[in-house]
Design a protein around this ligand. Structure first.
Ligand code: GDP
Ligand code: ZN
Length: 343
């Protein structure tokens, strides 16, 4: 919102629009209320949002079966794919109404066109950051993804794809990934070129809800094609109404992955927007805290407002000196701050 003062007439118009909106919502709510009271809907049950289109959602019943097209009670706003909900099925039609949203364990947000953060998916357990042997990953790029992931509170996992292209000894790339493993980040290697090339990935996905992010060309589509080989599996995530409808799904969708070797099935939330996940607009503090090996040292600099540049008594610089912080990670840190205009 700009800080420009609104004219009285503009103010009046906005108030009027908002009053209309509230009245419409009330009306919808009382219609729902009447229908709910009249017993047109069955008992409350649990479900999870697998796709959403404005005030219409596809909800997958917890006990399984096809997703059901649902609308929202008027007092509910801002549900996203991955949300756990309480819903009720209509007796006379193949649809339902969502009456409540469950607590969220996590939420992935993206700036909208006006730069305001909006949730795009919820209840994600891990962010799979995909890299490839080619195009070769730069450490700084990995750090950017890790920092962005850390800021969401969702656990990041590094996935190195195209290992069929890796030289026998692995070279620098193995050293690089070893460094991240030493920081506690899980690293999984994959290739879509071999039958068993995804086994480590399958094990990582089991029983969790994941998203794939990463630069274009690293193989995200190829990996997802392999994980969801069957067109039915992709379409099957949607309600019959949505399949028939004209909704082209740029919206995030939740897929249940087929279970492999008796492992618990995993879930995948995917959309073009999610794949483009990045630093968004993090501030300096979020970036600093996004470097996990800094965390124990923060607050230990001599100066409370230390910017970890040249200050005497800086705990981070001392740790770089000692070799506890890798100099390339520290250089990366500086570079990220500079790119965000925070120097
Ligand atoms: P995305 O942009 O991240 O979705 O990447 P794509 O899935 O479109 O893959 C980019 C290119 O890499 C395509 O030409 C794929 O065939 C290729 N590719 C994907 N996975 C592998 C792999 O494991 N090994 C090799 N050699 N090529 C791969
Ligand atoms: Zn410092």
């Amino acid at each position: 919102m700009s800080k420009r003062k609104l004219s009285r007439q503009q103010r009046w118009r906005i108030d009027k629009v908002q009053a209309e909106r509230a009245k419409r919502a009330d009306r919808r709510d009382s219609q729902d209320g009447e229908k709910l009271a009249a017993g047109e809907y069955g008992p409350e049950q649990s479900g999870r949002v697998v796709a959403h289109f404005g005030r219409t959602l596809d909800v997958r019943p917890e006990q399984g079966g096809d997703a059901v097209r649902c609308h929202l009670r008027a007092n509910l706003e801002g549900l996203v794919t991955g949300d756990r909900v309480i819903w009720r099925a209509a007796h006379d039609a193949n649809d339902g109404v969502v009456v409540a949203r469950g607590e969220r364990d996590s939420v992935l947000e993206r700036p909208d066109v006006r730069g305001q953060l909006k949730p795009v998916a919820a209840n994600i357990d891990q962010i799979l950051i995909v890299f490839a042997v080619e195009p070769a990953p730069h450490a700084n790029l990995i750090d950017r993804y890790l920092v962005a992931a850390e800021a969401t509170g969702i656990a990041p996992v590094l996935v190195l794809n195209k290992i069929d292209l890796l030289p026998a000894h692995g070279g620098e790339l193995r050293d690089l990934l070893g460094r991240y493993e030493a920081l506690g980040y899980p690293v999984v290697t994959t290739t879509t070129e071999r039958e068993d090339g995804l086994s480590a990935l399958h094990a990582r996905l089991a029983g969790r809800t994941s998203v794939f992010v990463g630069q274009s060309g690293v193989g995200k589509s190829s990996l997802i094609d392999r994980l969801l080989p069957d067109e039915e599996l992709r379409i099957g995530a949607l309600s019959k109404d949505t399949r028939k409808g004209t909704h082209t799904t740029t919206t995030a969708r939740l897929y249940r992955l087929p279970s492999v070797e008796g492992d618990e099935a995993g879930e995948l939330i995917d959309s073009p927007g999610i794949r483009e996940f990045g630093l968004g607009h993090l501030d300096a503090q979020q970036v600093t805290e996004g470097f996990v090996e800094f965390r124990d040292l923060l607050g230990r600099c001599r100066f409370r407002d230390c910017r970890h540049r040249h200050e005497p008594g800086c705990a981070l610089l001392a740790a770089v000196e000692r070799g506890d912080i890798h100099p390339e990670r520290f250089a990366s840190y500086r570079r990220i701050l500079e790119s965000l205009g925070e120097t």
